[in-house]
Design a protein around this ligand. Sequence first.
Ligand SMILES: [Zn+2]
Ligand SMILES: [Zn+2]
Length: 237
Amino acid sequence: MEWFAKIRSVVLDAVYPPFCVACGAHGIWWCDACQTGTERVLRDPCPKCLCTDDAHHPFACTGDLPFSGVVVAGFYHNPSLRHVIHALKYQGVTATEQSVEAWLRDIRMTRNLAFPWQTETELYIQPMPLADARERDRGFNQAEWVADRMRCAWAPQACMAHTLSRLPSAMPQASIEDKALRRHNIRQDFIATERVTHPVILVDDVITTGSTAAEAARALLRAGAPRVYAAALALGA
Ligand SMILES: [Zn+2]
Ligand SMILES: [Zn+2]
């Protein structure tokens, strides 16, 4: 259906002329100036606690996140990147596709370290399933869109996987005030629908504490995944 997508984008461009979602400049959905000006994370966060301090070393870390590596492109506090994510998540603006891919490719070129999954030969990319019924009603999973961009720009050897399902929580997370209870509530939230025999990159738009992604990763590990990496467009504060 690629031709349909192309025609659709030509028609949409005619009806709604592109403007940068971050600065409003006309011509492109995320302009070059905004892309270039968006701070990149060139040092991978600690896979156990997501710390990005230079002095922090994973060997001395007591964090318990189960990832074999974590890669994020930028910071959520960056206004330009936040605009791209908000437009995607809340307005369904997917027309930033080419700009975001170009930005991710550029990050790949400027990183001076290999991706943690670089040596994996059989690799799968799993988007985080949507959180709740309201999101599912909206029918668009931004993590899926981000996963497509990341596969093209960061892991072309990988295949897309959809082996992870999100079970309805007993209670909505936000209504549970007790942290321990909330963690327990998340615990049974994910299930792998088949055995997983290959390493997986778990992709989301934003990763903040990593606790939700960690539960998803644990479901994949329980199902047999030898390693789970996490990747996100932005690292939240
Ligand atoms: Zn702009
Ligand atoms: Zn750490």
